[in-house]
Design a protein around this ligand. Structure first.
Ligand SMILES: *[C@@H]1O[C@H](CO)[C@@H](O)[C@H](O)[C@H]1NC(C)=O
Ligand SMILES: *[C@@H]1O[C@H](CO)[C@@H](O)[C@H](O)[C@H]1NC(C)=O
Length: 217
């Protein structure tokens, strides 16, 4: 299938929302799309000892951030610049988005919208019996008695990284940092929001929207 016009896409979604899954499915479903990851480009250029890679590496070794202008050059200098792509890892700020717009205007920003409670249910269901290391998954492999180890009857605990509080904080931070970026793209008229509680619910909507915007009429 030939696309009606080049698709230049960014996916924005909270941690745990399944952004990586959607990206993989899009690439598989629409082979015209390439994946461009700013992190991969950076690592690749460091490994191949390109001038930009050498410059970036010395900055990182000195503990400095690689400037936006370098990342932009990596993206636009890509050996096989692809007409249609999903860009990953960049931009994260409005400033970066404005710079990117000047070089390659993004024409679809997908915002994944899944209720926080649904994300937490999916992520925070791991409980552990610390002395034995037995792991329970309260959604798929629940202990016989709530909060108790099946064998010893001792209490189960959660690792910090599995606790709802940890994820609430992470999700809140994401919301705060992504909001200005989303507002920027909304103003440009390229923001599209998709609601769904699971990857399987979201994918068909995403495919439809892609076809509507970029597929042959
Ligand atoms: C619980 O199990 C399900 C099914 O195997 C899995 O999808 C989910 O990621 C598990 N939860 C955690 C926190 O590992
Ligand atoms: C998604 O989850 C929310 C919150 O649990 C629920 O109200 C809603 O009905 C769910 N939507 C679907 C389509 O299952």
């Amino acid at each position: 299938m030939q696309l009606r016009k080049a698709a230049r896409i960014i996916l924005v979604g909270a941690p745990g929302v399944g952004k990586g899954t959607q990206s993989e499915r899009m690439l598989k479903r629409f082979p015209q799309l390439a994946s461009i990851s700013s992190g991969d480009l950076l690592r690749d250029n460091v490994r191949r000892r390109t001038p930009l890679g050498i410059q970036a590496e010395s900055l990182m070794k000195a503990g400095a951030l690689v400037p936006d202008s370098t990342i932009l050059r990596l993206i636009t200098n890509d050996d096989q610049p692809s007409a249609s792509f999903i860009l990953d890892g960049f931009p994260r700020t409005v400033d970066q988005a404005i710079q990117l717009d000047k070089l390659i205007p993004i024409n679809l920003v997908v915002q994944f919208n899944t209720p926080t409670s649904v994300i937490l249910d999916r992520i925070c269901n791991r409980w552990i019996h610390a002395p034995s290391g037995r792991v329970y998954n309260t959604t798929f492999n629940a202990p016989k008695v709530d909060g108790k180890d099946d064998i010893t009857g001792e209490i189960l605990v959660q690792r910090d990284d599995d606790k709802p509080e940890t994820w609430m904080a992470r999700l809140k931070k994401f919301e705060e940092t992504s909001q200005p970026l989303l507002a920027h793209y909304d103003k440009l008229g390229v923001l599209w929001r998709v609601d769904g509680n699971s990857s399987d619910e979201i994918s068909p909507k995403l495919f439809d929207e892609f076809n509507k915007r970029f597929g042959k009429a």
